[in-house]
Design a protein around this ligand. Structure first.
Ligand code: NAD
Ligand code: WQD
Length: 360
């Protein structure tokens, strides 16, 4: 299939492009660059072994998007394009509503006009708010606890209503838990700009010497060691789930919503210790007050994704830490670091696909 990947130059999108190409699909990226480096393309091309089409386009720009749909006949769209920082969304909610909700509406309109009726949407466990029960199932109550979370909830609802109005429109709504790690090549990974908001990139920056100490937000939660528990999932497993969802959707007579997590809760200190083992570096930390809005324990029941798609996470926390560290150690400045010689083979792909991607 020929797939439009909106937000494909970002963290999860770039890993998904590699997974798509590895399964023989043709990839066209549309990304505004609001949170991505132009250097990711060089890395992706090295991994995929063929040129990729990349367009610097904002999904809200209907005219530019319509031109893309007129140039390529897409079989489906993967929609990663969003702003994602919770704290930032509290400071400038209107920008989040405009980019994430406005962007989704614009994309759906352009898809409808072009007659493209398959969508894979990047949702989040944030739509469960502070869940009353773990593991969290897809039928748990939904709640927005911050403007970012509201954009995901509203986008899910918009997509559901569109599916209700058009019996041929199929949407896979994927609720990610806590994506971490990097491609094992060390060529692509998470490259936050400024101070990281999330735990794993913060740990990585302490390990590499860019930050002195980690702050552990609270040690008085009713959890295994008092620190917050989350469901960390390797980004390579997450990327594979998108291809599984896409391929499943082709033969399905309806859309679906699934959790993507491992089903296993890991505490902050468990992650810190796993990272120390994987990296051989010490991660100094201070326990500070709880972060407002944080839940004690959130982890997925991922059984529906397995039942529907045959998907389950394969990488454990040690692999997540090993690959996150490999990326960080190879690229202390993220994508601003010089590109090193490849150390792992490219993804294996059918010859015909290489030729097609190369424009033959
Ligand atoms: P990211 O910021 O690395 O990637 C998002 C990409 O979208 C970036 O390359 C950015 O430049 C692009 N983009 C943003 N707005 C755009 C627009 N209007 N038009 C075109 N491109 C635009 O984030 P990520 O971590 O890869 O997240 C991808 C998706 O997954 C997002 O929708 C996010 O909300 C969702 N998600 C992420 C996490 C997480 O912890 N990383 C968890 C749950 C859900
Ligand atoms: C994990 C744990 C913190 C940083 C967020 C978003 C969510 C989703 C994923 C997009 C918690 C603790 C963290 C630090 C710490 N994103 N922590 N010190 O909060 O589960 O989810 O990212 O959809 O919407 O809210 O992830 O990585 O920020 O925190 O102690 O410096 O680590 O308190 O227990 P979270 P996180």
């Amino acid at each position: 299939m020929r797939i439009l990947v909106c937000g494909g130059a970002g963290y999860i999108g770039s890993h998904t492009c590699v997974a798509l190409a590895g399964r023989g699909h043709q990839v066209v990226i549309a990304d505004s660059g609001v949170n991505s480096s132009s250097r990711v393309m060089q890395r992706l091309q090295r991994l995929v072994g063929a040129p990729l089409s990349m367009h610097r386009v904002d999904v809200r720009d209907r005219r530019a998007m319509a031109a893309l749909f007129a140039t390529y006949r897409f079989d489906a769209v993967l929609h990663f394009a969003a702003l994602k920082a919770v704290g930032d969304s509290c400071r400038r909610p209107l920008d989040y509503f405009d980019n994430n909700i406005g962007g989704t509406i614009a994309l759906l309109q352009v898809m409808q006009e072009a007659g493209v009726r398959r969508l894979v949407f990047s949702s989040s466990a944030t739509v469960y708010g502070d869940p009353s029960q773990v593991p969290v199932r897809e039928d748990a109550a939904l709640q927005a606890t911050n403007p970012y979370g509201r954009t995901k909830l509203v986008a899910e609802q918009l997509i559901e209503d569109l599916c209700g109005s058009d019996p041929h429109f199929r949407a896979a709504n994927l609720r990610y838990f806590n994506p971490v790690g990097a491609h094992p090549s060390g060529l692509i990974g998470e490259d936050p700009c400024g101070e990281p908001n999330n735990l794993m990139p913060y740990i990585c920056q302490v390990a590499v010497g860019q930050r002195d100490r980690l702050q552990v937000f609270g040690s008085d939660y009713p959890t295994v060691d008092g620190t917050g528990v989350r469901d960390y999932i390797h980004v390579v497993d997450l990327a594979r789930a998108h291809v599984d969802a896409l391929e499943y959707m082709v033969g399905a007579d309806r859309g679906f919503t699934v959790n993507l997590g491992t089903g296993r809760g890991i505490s902050v200190l468990e992650l810190v210790h796993a990272f120390e083992r994987a990296s051989g570096r010490r991660i100094p930390y201070d326990v500070v007050a709880r972060r407002p809005g944080d839940s004690a324990e959130v982890f997925a029941d991922p059984s529906l994704a397995h039942a529907l798609l045959g998907w389950r996470a394969e990488h454990d926390v040690d692999a997540m830490c090993r690959d996150a560290w490999h990326w960080q150690a190879q690229n202390p400045q993220g994508y601003r670091s010089p590109l090193r010689r490849a150390t792992t083979p490219r993804v294996q792909r059918p010859r015909a696909v290489v030729a097609r991607l190369a424009g033959a």
